[in-house]
Design a protein around this ligand. Structure first.
Ligand code: HEM
Length: 136
């Protein structure tokens, strides 16, 4: 039967969850579900493997761990590992401004490109100024 419950909706990247649902889930289930950059992860099978220890993950059960996750400055390897544990995403209404797309942009690839183009007007100005000086 069709349901109007948003949390039961499915997306191409998994299920949709509400923050409330995650918080409640942490109270009664034996699993550890956390939010990082609006994505929802089930880190239960990762607890013992986590190089930072299981305690820090358990503390974040049912919560948004984006800030502590970023504060540690996790490596690219760690960010790739995360995909394995992704269950879904937060419903639109519960999302914060930052999202996984922004996270990917932190690689610096795009910002390098744009800074190169940012300098173009300066180079052109210098070129024409030097040209004018040479002619005069
Ligand atoms: C699915 C989520 C996570 C994955 C896959 C993950 C993975 C990793 C990995 C691979 C490392 C080794 C260092 C590195 O490569 O960056 C690490 C270290 C660490 N992580 Fe995580 N982590 C996750 C979530 C978190 C969260 C939510 C916290 C904090 C609340 C956290 C706290 C730490 C700490 C404290 C260290 C040790 C840093 C150090 O010793 O310098 N991690 N994590």
């Amino acid at each position: 039967m069709a349901t109007k419950d948003e949390s039961a909706a499915a997306t191409s990247t998994g299920r949709l969850f509400t923050r409330e649902e995650l918080a409640k889930h942490s109270e009664y289930s034996g699993n550890t579900w956390i939010i990082i950059h609006n994505n929802v992860y089930d880190v239960t099978p990762f607890l013992m493997e986590h190089p930072g220890g299981e305690e820090v993950l358990l503390e974040q059960n049912g919560r948004d761990a984006t800030e502590p996750f970023e504060d540690i400055g996790h490596s690219t390897d760690a960010r790739q590992m995360m995909d394995k544990y992704k269950m879904g995403e937060l419903v639109e209404a519960d999302r914060t401004k930052d999202n996984s797309k922004e996270r990917k942009d932190w690689s610096g690839k795009n910002s390098e490109d744009s800074s190169r183009y940012d300098l173009l007007p300066i180079f052109l100005l210098r070129y024409f100024r030097n040209l004018t000086l040479t002619v005069l």
